[in-house]
Design a protein around this ligand. Sequence first.
Ligand SMILES: Cc1cc2nc3c(=O)[nH]c(=O)nc-3n(C[C@H](O)[C@H](O)[C@H](O)COP(=O)(O)OP(=O)(O)OC[C@H]3O[C@@H](n4cnc5c(N)ncnc54)[C@H](O)[C@@H]3O)c2cc1C
Length: 420
Amino acid sequence: MQLDISTGRVVIVGAGQAGAELAGALRSQGFAGSITLLGDERYPPYRRPPLSKAFLAGEVSLESLYLKTADAYEKQGIQCMLGTAVERIDRDAHRICLADGSVLPYDKLGLATGGRARKLPLPGATHSNVHYVRNIEDIQRLRTQFEAGRRLVIIGGGYIGLETASVAVKAGLHVCVIEGLPRVLARVTVPEISAYYESVHRARGVEIRTGVGVRALDGARKVEALVLTDGQRVDADLVVIGIGLVPNTELAEAAGLEVSNGIVVDAHLLTSDPDIVACGDCTFHENVFYQRRMRLESVPNALEQARVAAANMIGKPAAYSAVPWFWSDQYDLKLQMVGLSEGFDQFVVRGAMEKDRFVAFYLREGVVISADAVNRPQEFMVAKRLVAERVKVDAARLIDESSSLKDVMADIAHARIAQI
Ligand SMILES: Cc1cc2nc3c(=O)[nH]c(=O)nc-3n(C[C@H](O)[C@H](O)[C@H](O)COP(=O)(O)OP(=O)(O)OC[C@H]3O[C@@H](n4cnc5c(N)ncnc54)[C@H](O)[C@@H]3O)c2cc1C
């Protein structure tokens, strides 16, 4: 169905970064019909990254997390229905059904349902001193127990676990991270970067145990110790679980949409129903740049997908081709990563890891396919271009600090022009 740009009705399920951006992008791209944004959390759309960083540290207010004020949505004619869970999509009747029995008709529907923290399937995981790090309430609850001198055990050595560790150590807690794989960040980076982050954390007092899982949570009314798969016990006053995300796909699945590791969407963010788009953490999407499907959990992905989805909703064909990128803040280290390093055949480092300022490049057949930058934001911007433009470059030039990366990029551009 073609969406009438003046009188059409758009309903968006999920008021996170993707849902809010989808609503805003529809307006900025010229859609003048009605937009209803529904979210089951009671807060206006907010940023999640500070939850494991400045908000957990108590350095920023709750309001600073909000993407926009309530007025701003009103001014844009976006009706926000917060604290409202969508229970069912009736695709035949083109309407959604809410818990109180009411229904909302749509011409086009956007699904931006994100994901939820993966639960630890062990008895004791629901005790009051066991925590997850996904939403505002998780952090408000965790902060009441975040006291100097307490023993915090973090299950999971991914970004969320390590960011939480860095805030906790600064707050004076004794921190132990348990990671089942042989190294931290194993799913997202190479052994060199994992080793770097392990040494960073250990140097600041975090105990890291890798290659060992959790067999049991011990304690009658609250967890007092963790029993590891190697039989060792680790005493705990509180526990944080950071073992990944489960995409919220149930609504889509029940409506008969194709789902597989996320809501399946094509390069235009269209689901298997042409009147329904999806964007953000919940999508298993076709990425034109990589020519394959993937699911990503990052703010840049949520925002860019939302803009592409908005364009397609209003009949301006656009394809999602962004190169994935992500950041993580731990202590005074800003890590920025671009591209996917899978299949690299060369790994080089510009700068010194021991000085906490470097860019690691991953190349395949001489082409830069990915980069991780620590405390080098300007060079990261150039690295992003190198990856996006699939630039072939001599690795020796990348690591030669006597010339700037900008110069390297400029030389490549000149050489390309000379070839034309
Ligand atoms: C602690 C933490 C730190 C992070 N740090 C970074 C970082 O440093 N850099 C980075 O790039 N990314 C980071 N991320 C990831 C980033 O926040 C997510 O990728 C982004 O929030 C995804 O947005 P989204 O809108 O797709 O999903 P979400 O933010 O999950 O929003 C989806 C919303 O939809 C709601 N919803 C689901 N089902 C329904 C329903 N049936 N009815 C109504 N509402 C529903 C959900 O409750 C939720 O509010 C972090 C995430 C977390 C949790």
